[in-house]
Design a binder for this molecule. Structure first.
Ligand SMILES: NC(=O)c1ccc[n+]([C@@H]2O[C@H](COP(=O)([O-])OP(=O)(O)OC[C@H]3O[C@@H](n4cnc5c(N)ncnc54)[C@H](O)[C@@H]3O)[C@@H](O)[C@H]2O)c1
Length: 351
């Protein structure tokens, strides 16, 4: 092996045929030492190395350059949005969204927010049917010009997610965004978790969410829809909840917050061909009164009172208290926000 090849290998590089030709013919390490004084050989070797570095770095995929095509089209045009219509930035008329975990609880409330402002919202959930609040939510959505649709779909089934999202986008010839709220919680001391249990929770809360986001991004790129994604993380992704043994849940939510930053970097810039322009953010709620949390209260006596005393409001949240934030993130109202995390927790993590 020539010296140059050895150096390339040490740096994890494989020489291109051109470099091999320049270097392998002549330079063994003995020869290199003999020729040490020869400037020209050293220069040739360095140049070959630099060329190889450049060739390699050009083949590694990189995020798009945001200055190349600034997101000017997404900025609100004062003439259209100010004074013409009340809060035009929040109008979702004709837009199409997917909400996971939308059978009940927080997911359904957030889906309602989008449908009540004119959006056509497809709720995915692993439950065969939506919960008892669905009928009323669907009626209200239609009254305000939007629509709610239900599909049984598990986020662990990536192919199903991909197929369903593609079908919806093809039908409407667009997809404007998602809210990823499907999630599970389980309380147990760290040492009691098996690999299978931990993997399952991460597969739903993190991987299932990521696969939903990538399926949606594929369609948004296909139809050149600039839009927005909102991932439901949790304040539990930023702190250890005092007195609550939920190591895997908390880690899965921290992973979701980080994923939003990375996907925002990758998808927010608009490419020259018009694709991209997808903002990605999280909402991190504090404790909300949902079926998931009511189950925690059954498991841990006194927990409700404890949680109520741990935030600055002295109570737990209703799901409806997150509708405004979801609408903000999914609409043009948040057109300059991406890669971030709205913590809405009644001050729980602020003291
Ligand atoms: N309730 C809270 O206090 C709280 C606080 C912070 C964050 N969150 C998050 O909010 C989201 C909604 O939680 P919630 O409190 O409304 O709980 P919930 O149990 O009432 O609702 C979660 C929904 O997700 C669905 N789901 C679970 N696994 C799924 C899967 N594999 N595929 C498809 N759907 C699946 C469930 O069927 C359910 O309808 C979750 O991501 C949760 O982690 C909740």
């Amino acid at each position: 092996m020539s010296l140059c090849q050895r150096i390339l290998t040490r740096h994890g590089l494989r020489a291109s045929p051109a470099v091999m030709k320049t270097t392998s013919t002549s330079i063994s390490s003995t020869q290199f030492r003999q020729m040490h004084s020869s400037k020209s050989v050293a220069t040739t070797t360095t140049q070959a190395l630099l060329a190889e570095f450049e060739r390699r770095s050009n083949t590694i995929p990189k995020p798009p350059e945001s200055r190349e095509n600034p997101m000017i089209g997404i900025a609100p045009a004062a003439r259209e949005n100010v004074g013409q219509k009340r809060f035009a930035d929040f109008n979702l008329n004709g837009r199409v969204f997917v909400v996971t975990g939308g059978a009940r609880g927080l997911g359904l409330s957030l889906a309602e927010a989008l449908a009540e402002t004119g959006g056509n919202v497809y709720c995915f959930d692993r439950q065969p049917e939506a919960g008892p609040q669905w009928g009323e939510a669907s009626r209200r959505a239609e009254e305000y010009g939007g629509s709610l649709h239900y599909r049984q779909q598990d986020v662990q089934d990536s192919e199903g997610i991909d197929r369903n999202i593609a079908e919806i986008a093809d039908k409407h010839q667009r997809l404007d965004g998602i809210i990823a709220a499907a999630g599970v919680q389980h309380l147990a001391p760290a040492m009691e978790w098996t690999r299978e249990e931990a993997n399952r929770m991460m597969d739903i809360n993190y991987t299932g969410l990521m696969m939903t986001a990538t399926s949606a991004a594929r369609q948004m790129f296909k139809y050149k829809c600039h839009g927005s994604m909102c991932f439901i993380a949790s304040m539990s992704g930023s702190v250890a909840n005092k007195g609550l043994l939920s190591p895997v849940y908390n880690s899965s939510k921290a992973a979701v917050v980080q994923l939003a930053r990375n996907l925002a970097m990758e998808w927010s810039p608009i490419r020259k061909d018009g694709t991209g322009g997808i903002r990605v953010n999280c909402i991190s709620p504090g404790h909300i009164l949902t079926p998931m949390v009511l189950k925690n209260f059954e498991e841990v006596p006194g927990l409700r009172e404890k949680w109520e005393s741990e935030n600055m409001m002295g109570r737990l949240a209703e799901t409806s208290e997150f509708k405004g934030a979801a609408l903000f993130l999914l609409s043009n109202a948040s057109s300059f926000m991406t890669g971030n995390n709205l913590v809405i927790d009644g001050g729980h993590t602020a003291w």
